[in-house]
Design a protein around this ligand. Structure first.
Ligand code: DQA
Length: 146
């Protein structure tokens, strides 16, 4: 049976959304984003498993687990985007379609944010659309899976 579930992964510090630098990341909380993603996915008959962690290994374990029951991954790796070969390798290893999301436009910010290891293994990258970027990611994966 084809998996009808998406894994939504949010990396370090994204648990603080709503109060963390709202001038950059807005005022929407992570719980609200997860709700919006679940609702958007449900419109396509997809379920969502949401994971947030501040620990690289926990994120990698969650990515590995997706192999068993997910059809695609939406990931905002936070600052690990710019540092983690291990997360990029995990995404490659599970061989599922990946959409990378950033709330902010990382290309308009500090130079160290311009490179993401994850972008090289993502099918699509959405940056700067705020929380709506996650909903765009659902639309992309749903279209690809239909
Ligand atoms: C972020 C951008 C990263 O550079 C930063 O470290 C984050 C959030 C974003 O969603 O815009 O934690 O991934």
């Amino acid at each position: 049976m084809t998996a009808r579930q998406l894994l939504l992964v949010n990396g370090p510090n994204l648990n603080l959304l709503g109060t963390r630098q709202p001038e950059i990341y807005g005022s929407t909380t992570l719980a609200q984003i997860e709700q919006q993603v679940s609702e958007a996915a449900a419109e396509h008959g997809l379920q969502v498993r949401a994971v947030q962690s501040n620990h690289e290994g926990v994120l990698i374990d969650a990515i590995h687990a997706a192999r068993a029951d997910c059809a695609g991954i939406i990931i905002n790796p936070g600052a690990y985007s710019h540092t983690s070969v291990a997360i990029a390798d995990a995404l490659t290893g599970v061989d599922l379609p990946v959409v990378e999301v950033h709330l902010s436009n990382i290309h308009r910010r500090e130079a160290f944010r311009h490179h993401s290891y994850v972008s090289a293994v993502a099918e699509a990258v959405i940056a700067g659309a705020g929380p709506r970027g996650y909903v765009f990611a659902v639309a992309h994966l749903a279209g690809r899976l239909s």
